[in-house]
Design a binder for this molecule. Structure first.
Ligand code: ADP
Ligand code: MG
Length: 250
């Protein structure tokens, strides 16, 4: 892990109507770090991802990525710099086969630029990427239309689409939700591999046990505010975190 921050978030704030979804959240993320983000439902986790990745316009605050102020940039420009995210609610092109869904990120300007302006055999690359996330090579699952795929495969497809962009920072918004323990267990090594390649990762998760095992650091949101940020063991012992999870006892 290097000491260079790849991401600097400062006072990020977003309101929807009267709801303060994100309230002056600040944090740094170092290159190569795996940051877990947790918080009760509605605590602003997805809004944080949306503001960082340009899908929602921040009301106040700043996002610096690789030292560049990307606040208010459109998503496609942010992706081009190597910041990719997955969606909690998957949204594939349901009428297309899984591997054809891969063609979309594989034809992105970023991938084209990284390939020196020339696209190679995109379909072969798509199938390789799908295999990497757990589509068995000879099972024909990759050729099935997305609408018939079970949730586990749709989540894997979502991950593969993000990996296809060769991101430096990848944000996973509840990748494990809706998956069985066995499925989670089979995806964890993929995340560890991404990390071994030097990629920086933010993982939003409800499964604390799995998350705490692989995170360097955990940040906790509650009612749009950051209430804790530190090593998993310390965060688990934090009284405010316990209260947020167990309900208010005092
Ligand atoms: P989390 O991902 O932690 O469950 P969200 O970021 O999705 O939380 O939501 C935080 C708060 O903002 C919630 O009260 C939610 O209802 C509200 N919210 C999120 N997105 C929108 C939106 N597009 N329009 C209105 N309210 C929203
Ligand atoms: Mg969410």
């Amino acid at each position: 892990m290097s000491a260079t921050p790849i991401l600097q978030v400062r006072g990020l704030t977003k309101t929807f109507g009267g709801v303060l979804a994100l309230n002056a959240v600040s944090f740094d993320l170092m290159e190569g770090e795996l940051l877990g983000v947790i918080g009760p439902n509605g605590s602003g986790k997805t809004t944080l991802v949306n503001c960082i990745s340009g899908f929602v316009r921040a009301g106040a605050g700043k996002v610096l990525y690789k030292g560049l102020d990307i606040t208010h940039w459109r998503p496609h420009r942010i992706v081009r710099l190597g910041l990719a995210r997955t969606f909690q609610m998957v949204r594939p092109f349901y009428r297309l086969p899984a591997f054809k869904n891969m063609i979309i990120p594989l034809y992105s300007p970023r991938v084209k630029a990284l390939a020196g302006g020339k696209f190679g055999a995109r379909e072969a690359v798509a199938l390789d990427l799908l295999e990497e996330v757990g589509f068995e090579r000879d099972s024909h699952v990759a050729y099935k239309v997305a609408s018939v795929l079970p949730q586990g495969y749709l989540k894997r497809l979502e991950l593969a689409k993000a990996i296809a962009l060769q991101p430096d920072l990848i944000i996973l918004d509840e990748l494990f939700s809706g998956l069985s323990l066995a499925e989670v267990g089979s995806i964890v090594p993929i995340i560890e591999k991404l990390r071994g390649e030097g990629r920086t990762i933010i993982m939003i998760e409800h499964r604390l046990k799995e998350l705490f095992k692989i995170s360097d650091r955990v940040m906790v949101l509650n009612f749009g505010m950051k209430i804790a940020d530190g090593p998993p063991a310390a965060v688990m012992e934090n009284d405010e975190v316990k209260r947020a999870y167990l309900g208010s006892e005092d």
